[in-house]
Design a protein around this ligand. Structure first.
Ligand code: DGY
Length: 433
C-alpha cells in the first residue's frame, strides 16, 4: 500500500506534534497521563524520531535517560522525576533510594543502536562528542546485563521482571510467573484500567505478581545478585538476548571508531558468548526462539514476535532462520497487519490484550530492519507497509489489533510517532528496503 504524498505530509506533521507535546523538557513521556514519566526503551526510540527533526534534542533524550543510571551500571526502566497520581506503581512503591528516583528493573537496551545511528548520521563535529560521552555509560550498562542477567555465562539474557522484557503480559511468562507467591502483596489500586479498557491491559492476577516482584527487589535492597539467584522469577528472554546482541555489535563499531581497544575485546567476548548461547532458546516443537524459565529449564511453546529478532541480532543460523521466515510468512497470511506479538494460531492469542497478540510498531521496526539487512526485501516491505497502514488508518496508538487494525492502549504515543518519522513513513521506502 502506498500512502499519497499529501497524507504522508499530514502524518509527518502530526508525528512531530506528538513528540513536541510529549516533551517534558529534555525527556519525553510515552503518552500523557497513562505513562507520565520517562521510560527507558521508549526514550531510545524517541531519540530516533527526534533524529529526523532536531539532532541536538535527540542526544538530549539519551543524556537524560543516562542521568538515572545506577552505580552498578543498570539503567532503570522508569525514571520518576516527580510523583504523579495518574500512575501506579510510583516511586513510593519502588523505593530505589536513587537520585532521581527510579524503578529497580531495566528494559531492552536499544540505546547503543540509536547512538550508533545518530553518530553515523553526523555531523561529526557535534555527534562525536555526544556519542563519546555516552560510550562508557552504554558499556557499563551492557556489562551489567552480561554479569547480572546471565550470571552463569549461558550466553542468553534473563529478565527478573516481565517489565524488564518490555513485553509485560506475553504468554512467554505465564509458566514462570504462575509460581510467584502473591500472598504478601500489599493492597493497591491500579490506575491503568481507569484510563484504558481492561480488555487491553494485563489482568489482576498479572498485576499481583508484578507487585510481588517489586516487593522482592525492594526488600533485598535491589541487590542484583540476590535477585538473580533467589528472585521468584528469572527467565531467559529471546527479545532481550537479541536486542542486546545487536546493541553489542553497534557498541563494538563505536569502540572501533573511538579507539577503545580494551572495550573492544570485552564486547567481542560478549558477542561470541551470545552467538554460542542463542541455541539454548530454540524450541524445536514451536520451531522458534522461545523464552526459558531458568529455574525449571521449561520453555514457552508459542511463536512470539521477538523470535524474528534473530535476524536483527545478526545471527546466521541456517535452519533456524528458515523456520523463522516460514513462521513469519504463515503469520502474515493469517493477519492483515503483521507482526502480531504472539502467534495468531496459538490458543493463547488475544488480539487486543497488550503483548498477547497486538502489533507494536517499534518491534516491527526492529524486525523489518533485520529482514532488510539479511536480504528478505519483500517481507521487510510488507512489515514496513503494514506499519504505515496501521498508523494511517487508526492513528498514533500504542499498539494495534493485527486482524482489524483497530488502535489500542494509549493514543498520541511517542514511540509510534517516532517510528513513523524514522522508519515507516513513505520517504523511507525510496531510500531503504
Ligand atoms: C506499565 O505500567 O504498563 C508498563 O508497561 C510498566 O513498564
Amino acid at each position: 500500500m502506498m500512502i499519497d504524498t499529501r497524507r504522508a505530509a499530514e502524518l509527518d506533521t502530526q508525528a512531530r506534534q506528538i513528540l513536541q507535546d510529549n516533551d517534558r523538557g529534555g525527556f519525553t513521556v510515552p503518552t500523557a497521563r497513562l505513562y507520565p514519566y520517562q521510560w527507558n526503551w521508549d526514550s531510545a526510540f524517541a531519540a530516533r524520531g527526534f533524529g529526523e527533526i532536531d539532532k541536538d534534542r535527540a542526544w538530549t533524550e539519551l543524556d537524560t535517560l543516562f542521568e538515572a543510571q545506577w552505580p552498578d551500571g543498570m539503567v532503570p526502566h522508569i525514571i520518576f522525576r516527580r510523583d504523579d497520581p495518574d500512575y501506579f506503581p510510583g516511586p513510593r512503591i519502588w523505593q530505589s533510594g536513587t537520585t532521581p528516583p527510579s524503578s529497580g528493573y531495566s528494559q531492552p537496551p536499544v540505546a547503543a543502536t540509536v547512538v550508533r545511528d545518530l553518530y553515523e548520521a553526523g555531523p561529526k563535529e557535534t555527534a562525536e562528542p555526544r556519542a563519546r560521552a555516552l560510550f562508557p555509560k552504554l558499556l557499563a550498562w551492557h556489562r551489567w546485563f552480561h554479569e547480572q542477567r546471565d550470571p552463569d555465562g549461558l550466553g542468553v539474557i534473563a529478565v527478573a521482571h516481565p517489565w524488564e522484557s518490555g513485553r509485560d503480559n506475553s504468554p512467554d511468562w505465564d509458566e514462570p510467573m504462575s509460581k510467584v507467591d502473591t500472598s504478601g502483596v500489599e493492597p493497591y489500586e491500579r490506575r491503568d484500567t481507569v484510563q484504558i479498557h481492561a480488555e487491553m491491559r494485563p489482568t489482576k492476577v498479572d498485576y499481583d505478581r508484578y507487585i510481588a516482584l517489586i516487593q522482592f527487589g525492594r526488600d533485598c535492597g535491589w541487590d542484583s545478585r540476590e535477585i538473580a539467584r533467589n528472585g521468584p522469577f528469572f527467565a531467559a528472554d529471546p527479545g532481550l538476548t537479541f536486542v542486546l546482541l545487536r546493541a553489542d555489535r553497534d557498541l563494538l563499531a563505536l569502540a572501533g571508531a573511538f579507539g577503545e581497544a580494551g572495550a573492544k575485546s570485552e564486547i567481542e567476548a560478549w558477542i561470541a558468548r551470545a552467538e554460542g548461547g542463542a541455541g539454548y532458546l530454540w524450541n524445536p516443537q514451536a520451531r522458534a526462539y522461545c523464552a526459558r524459565d531458568l529455574r525449571s529449564g521449561e520453555q514457552s511453546d508459542g511463536v512470539s514476535s521477538v523470535s524474528f529478532l534473530s535476524l536483527y541480532a545478526g545471527l546466521k543460523d541456517g535452519d533456524h532462520e528458515r523456520s523463522n521466515i516460514e513462521s513469519l510468512e504463515r503469520i502474515s497470511r493469517v493477519c492483515r497487519y503483521s507482526v502480531p506479538s504472539f502467534d495468531p494460531e496459538h490458543p493463547k492469542f488475544d488480539s487486543l490484550r497488550y503483548w498477547r497478540g497486538p502489533t507494536w510498531c517499534v518491534v516491527n521496526e526492529l524486525i523489518g530492519r533485520g529482514l532488510a539487512e539479511r536480504g528478505y526485501s519483500e517481507l521487510a516491505r510488507r512489515v514496513r507497509g503494514d506499519t504505515g497502514a496501521l498508523i494511517e488508518n487508526a492513528g498514533f496508538f500504542e499498539y494495534f489489533c493485527p486482524i482489524t487494525g483497530r488502535g489500542a492502549g494509549g493514543g498520541d504515543f511517542t514511540w509510534t510517532a517516532a517510528t513513523w518519522l524514522a522508519w515507516a513513513s513513505p520517504k523511507h521506502f525510496a531510500t531503504k528496503d
